[in-house]
Design a protein around this ligand. Structure first.
Ligand code: SF4
Ligand code: SF4
Ligand code: FES
Length: 283
């Protein structure tokens, strides 16, 4: 175990633990965006930065491991200022309406993305209609914060399919299939693991997209039922999100020992056989 000080509080953590994990175990919340417990940190968002005494720059808490005697500040004015700027830059070029955790932090850090508004500048960096190319999921890159989570989930961290990657440079950077072909023409195998990790709604189930478009997406009224996928003997845990007696999306717990939050096309999308044939009458 190593001993460090976080915001004046002594925290003990096993060697090799990240600062973020050590803070979490001590009940100190650190915002994250590109980090997820089922992905390898890629360190691209810098929302999780903290101040470490003796270090010239702020450090990403999601990737930096603890040292004995380390003195960490997670809520200093320097840290708050940096997080506020990150949130403002993201919000000034991306539609964050459906990015629930980010909305909370925007409020908490007093970020004002609107102060970068200019009459002659587009409201979002990627100005294009959502890509609706099949009945399973859609991609709306006006909501994409380029956190790389979908790329990692499609690649080394889960699926090993490599159907999507970041293409372009600077303001032209975007998540794309090879040569920007449509999803059905790409290498995508429709596991939906990219949907499972996307924090902003840039990739989402077609069912959710249709319900949101009809102003019928009501997460507060949804129930979540845990079950085991019946398609094979692996034993993947499924969480069935149900609204108005219909399954509207399927996830898997990130801490589940078999799936680690990732599924295949059958578990993710193969639920139609348990749906009522006709939509039930609304109560
Ligand atoms: S659905 Fe699966 S294979 Fe297709 S892009 Fe997403 S993660 Fe990759
Ligand atoms: S599509 Fe979602 S998961 Fe992928 S980089 Fe954009 S915001 Fe991140
Ligand atoms: S969450 Fe740590 S750099 Fe993105």
């Amino acid at each position: 175990m190593v001993s460090l000080t976080v915001n004046g509080q002594t925290v003990l953590a096993p060697e090799g633990t990240t600062i973020h994990r050590a803070c979490e175990s001590a009940g100190i919340e650190t915002p994250t965006l590109c980090w997820a417990e089922n992905l390898t940190p890629v360190n691209v968002c810098r929302l999780c930065v903290v101040e470490v005494e003796g270090q010239r720059t702020l450090v990403p808490s999601c990737a930096r491991t603890v040292d004995d005697g380390m003195v960490v500040h997670t809520d200093s004015e320097r840290v708050r200022h940096s997080r506020r700027m990150v949130l403002e830059f993201l919000g000034s070029g991306v539609d964050l309406d459906q990015a629930e955790p980010l909305q909370r932090w925007i409020d908490e850090y007093g970020a004002e993305p609107d102060r970068y508004d200019q009459p002659d500048r587009p409201a979002v960096t990627v100005e294009e209609a959502p890509k609706v190319q099949d009945n399973l999921y859609i991609r709306d890159y006006s909501r994409c914060v380029l956190c790389y989570k979908c790329v990692e989930a499609c690649g080394d961290d889960a699926q090993h399919t490599y159907a999507i990657a970041v293409s372009g440079r600077g303001f032209d950077s975007r998540i794309s299939t090879e040569f920007d072909v449509s999803l059905p023409d790409s290498a995508c195998v429709y596991c939906g693991n990219c949907i499972g990790v996307c924090p902003t709604g840039a990739i989402q189930f077609k069912t959710e997209f249709d319900l949101r478009s009809a102003a019928e997406w009501r997460p507060d009224e949804q129930t979540v039922t845990q079950t085991i996928c019946s398609y094979c003997g692996v034993g993947c845990n499924l969480e069935l999100h149900v609204q108005d007696d219909r399954i509207v999306k399927v996830t898997s717990p990130a801490d589940h020992s078999i799936t680690h939050g990732h599924l295949c096309i059958k578990g993710r999308f193969g639920w139609q056989y348990v749906q009522p044939v006709e939509p039930p009458t609304r109560r």
